[in-house]
Design a protein around this ligand. Structure first.
Ligand code: NAD
Ligand code: MG
Length: 396
């Protein structure tokens, strides 16, 4: 029986993973090792009662008593705090879903690699902040990383195991987000509620807002660079409002292989769950005659400044990804809290990168997770300073 763990089980990706596992037999088909959540005790306890993991962990340590109470008499171990989440990742499992949001997902995913697991990686921030470390750790431990981000799963599938030397380009598509068709001069007035709606995908709030700003695509370009080992100039972004083509791999013989499907994350999650097999999945089938036409356009740099920042980050390399992600997370927190405008986010991130570039530490190749976490904290501090808000360096 395969064993598995879900980190971030109560989120959008976590719930879809839970759903697929239930449909594939739940605890009759899998031995569940760990389920973790940030703060949603009620939902974590429900999931635990149904999947019967060895351990359920709540990252918010103050909520451990409530989790203990909710699981009393079940025989399921409980634990609380970020350290306990990372420790749970050390418990061997054949397959681990990394679906915590933000840089907080880095350490648990990294730890899970230590037992040679198959890591289904939804947490793109892991690759953005520590790509070379993560990929090296996977190689060293004989672990497999499977992309769950829809574009990267699509490119992985389009590649079909072919040699990267035969690849000329990887194109990631982007819906264009909530404000694709807004007049540019209205963007500064965009509210959190408006930014939290997505034209095609149902996702967590943070990634939905990041889709509107294309910070999400910026992270994904870096993610593709780190995961596929492809040069930045060979990674392209196309605005594709229908969100039906998820990625296109261009080969050196001029052929292009694209991956199509309904915008439903259960495809990419189910693909990773069943890899290298394919299982029947409960996703809608595309009727292309009904769709009629697919449209593509180049992204407008004035509307999506985050894409240019991602290019600069890849050119710098080293710890720039960690700084970029942390500054972005801080700016997003401030936007959600109503402290800065939607259009201020890119400027905040740029200022943090500029400040750090002057200090010479950005280009340093990370030799350890600690270096990445230190850079994460510095960038959050600088972002708070740049925005004139209280520092919140405790997210990790
Ligand atoms: P979400 O906000 O819906 O869920 C996040 C999960 O992480 C929840 O279980 C939450 O309790 C937990 N969590 C939050 N903060 C935590 C912390 N500090 N420590 C431990 N646990 C914490 O997020 P999501 O939309 O499911 O996204 C998860 C990851 O997958 C992100 O990295 C996102 O970029 C990526 N992703 C999501 C989608 C999607 O469709 N939602 C698509 C592609 C990639
Ligand atoms: Mg994506």
């Amino acid at each position: 029986m395969r064993s598995l763990s879900i980190f971030g089980a109560t989120g959008s990706i976590g719930e879809s993973t839970f759903d697929l596992i239930q449909r594939q037999g739940g605890r009759a088909s899998y031995r569940i090792v760990a389920l973790t959540a940030g703060g949603n005790v009620r939902r974590l306890a429900e999931q635990a009662r149904s999947l019967r993991p060895e351990i359920a962990v709540i990252a918010d340590a103050a909520k451990l008593p409530a989790l203990r109470e909710a699981l009393a008499g079940s025989g399921i171990e409980t634990a609380g705090g970020a350290g306990a989440v990372a420790e749970a990742a050390l418990r061997p499992a054949d397959w681990v879903m990394s679906a915590i949001v933000g840089a907080a997902g880095l350490v648990p995913g990294f730890r899970a690699l230590s037992h040679g697991t198959t890591l289904a990686l939804a947490n793109k921030e892991s690759l953005v902040t520590a790509g070379p470390l993560l990929m090296a750790e996977a190689r060293r431990r004989g672990a497999t990383i499977l992309p769950v981000d829809s574009e990267h799963s699509a490119a992985f599938q389009a590649l079909g195991g072919e040699d990267m030397a035969a690849v000329e380009t990887v194109t990631l598509t982007a819906s264009g987000g909530a404000f694709r068709d807004w007049p540019l001069d209205r963007l500064a007035q965009a509210t959190v509620a408006e930014a939290s709606t997505h034209p095609n995908w149902a996702m967590g709030q943070r990634i939905t807002i990041d889709s509107a700003s294309m910070f999400n695509k910026a992270l994904e370009v870096i993610e593709a660079h780190e995961y596929f080992g492809i040069a930045p100039e060979r990674i392209e972004v196309l605005v594709h409002p229908e969100s039906l083509v998820h990625a296109i791999v261009g080969f050196r013989d001029g052929g292009m292989i694209g991956h199509l499907g309904a915008p439903d994350m259960r495809h990419a999650i189910g693909y990773a769950l069943n890899w290298p097999e394919r299982a029947a999945l409960p996703v809608a089938r595309l009727k292309l005659a009904e769709v009629g036409r697919l449209t593509f356009a180049a992204p407008d740099p004035a509307r999506y400044p985050a894409l240019g920042l991602a290019r600069a980050v890849m050119a710098t390399g080293g710890l720039a990804g960690a700084a970029f992600n942390a500054a972005k997370e801080s700016a997003l927190d401030a936007f959600i809290a109503g402290r800065i405008r939607f259009t201020d986010m890119a400027g905040v991130v740029e200022r943090v990168l500029d400040r750090l570039t002057g200090q010479g530490g950005l280009e340093k190749r990370p030799a350890s997770l600690d270096m990445v976490l230190d850079m994460d904290r510095s960038a959050r501090r600088l972002a708070a300073e740049a925005m004139g808000v209280p520092a919140d360096a405790e997210r990790i």
